[in-house]
Structure formats: C-alpha cells, structure tokens
Design a protein around this ligand. Sequence first.
Ligand SMILES: [Zn+2]
Length: 57
Amino acid sequence: MPGNFYSVRCPDCENEQVVFGKAASEVVCAVCGNTLVRPTGGKATIEGDVLETVEQR
Ligand SMILES: [Zn+2]
C-alpha cells in the first residue's frame, strides 16, 4: 500500500507544504524551520494542520 502525501499548513507561519505521511525522518517547514512531521516508527505524527490528503497515483 503506498503511503499518502498530506498538504500541511505550518502553525507558525502558515506556509503550505506537501509532506509524506510515513516520513522516516523529521520534516521541517521550509520557511521557518518549525517541525511539521515527527517520525514515530511507522506512521508519522503530523504537527501542523492537515489541509488535504494527496493520494499518490
Ligand atoms: Zn513555518
């Protein structure tokens, strides 16, 4: 099963960024460096606001 991508809005600067839902490493905001995705071994925890799910086709 392919992982999903999520469109996430940074809670600090409102930058929108597409992140992978099963990220193995921390994903930070490209603008302010805030942590958007925290890997938890398996499914990642998304720290920002998820705007939409972008399914890989
Ligand atoms: Zn930010």
